[in-house]
Design a protein around this ligand. Structure first.
Ligand SMILES: [Cu+2]
Length: 279
């Protein structure tokens, strides 16, 4: 029996590394809401989001702060979605921590993001609204509670290919980015919440054109960037990061954050609009 004992730590190590992948969290959009588990273990989680509905849908993960109710989240979330109140984003930030998620997924498609969840009460939610009808995704059912239970697993993902670090109010962007599918770690080292949206400049358009368009409130004519094929990492509270996989074609991109400050000014107009070259 003496042999067994010294072998045990090695066995545990091998077993440990085999189990070290982020926990899968499968979620699908049905057209009437999210189909999702009601609980998941704390640690790194790979949100695997598929869209079985007929409309593009996104998903964000939010940890409710103590005492915050579902109803409060939904009320303020709807105000954020419809730009109904200048300070709605700020009020929501005091109610939740934003842990990331997946940007708009087209019908029939899927996408994933790897993020870290500590134990607590969470909601899966979309803070989108239809531009013309102002109908919110929340009112269509895109709101779901999920419990994250401890202890947290030690299952960190492998290092990402590229990294975007967000501070107040700037992006630290990687150099020498190659076209194709790569993993990106997006992390928020600032105090305010931020997100990163990458949109390619349309042929013949410059970063200056994109900035001029951002400055104007009344959008006339087509935008100078391809918003339709943009990719983005969802809103992250300070200290949070998420890993996403993006397939970028070569070109010049604008990286922007549209989170509003306390006065309702988008961060994009405070320095968080920068150029990224993909070759
Ligand atoms: Cu920002």
């Amino acid at each position: 029996m003496k042999l067994v004992y010294p072998l045990y730590p090695l066995g545990a190590l091998l077993l440990g590394s085999a189990l070290a992948a982020p926990t899968a969290l499968p979620v699908s959009a049905t057209g009437h809401g999210y189909d999702a588990p009601t609980r998941v273990q704390a640690g790194y989680v790979q949100l695997r989001f598929s869209n079985a509905s007929k409309m593009p849908v996104d998903i964000g993960i939010f940890r409710l702060k103590p005492g915050v109710t579902d109803a409060q989240f939904r009320t303020v979330g709807a105000q954020v979605a419809t730009n109904a109140a200048k300070d709605a984003t700020d009020r929501l930030n005091h109610m939740v921590d934003a842990l990331g998620g997946v940007g708009d997924v087209q019908p029939g498609n899927s996408d994933s993001a790897t993020l870290y969840l500590t134990p607590g009460r969470y909601v899966l939610a979309s803070l989108d609204a239809d531009d013309t009808t102002h109908k919110t995704a929340l009112s269509m059912g895109y709101f779901r509670e999920i419990n994250v239970r401890g202890p947290a697993l030690k299952n960190a993902p492998a290092a990402a290919d590229y990294r975007i670090r967000m501070v107040d109010y700037r992006f630290e962007l990687p150099q020498g980015v190659r076209a194709g599918t790569h993993t990106w770690r997006v992390l928020n080292s600032g105090q305010e919440p931020h997100f990163a949206l990458l949109a390619r400049l349309l042929p013949g358009k410059t970063f200056k054109d994109a900035m001029a368009s951002l400055m104007k409130n009344d959008q006339q004519g087509p935008p100078p960037v391809d918003f339709e094929h943009s990719v983005y990492a969802q809103v992250l509270t300070h200290g949070q990061s998420e890993d996403v996989s993006w397939n970028l074609s070569a070109g010049h991109y604008v990286v922007v954050c549209f989170v509003d400050n306390k006065q309702g000014v988008p961060h994009a107009l405070m320095g968080m609009a920068q150029e990224l070259v993909v070759r």
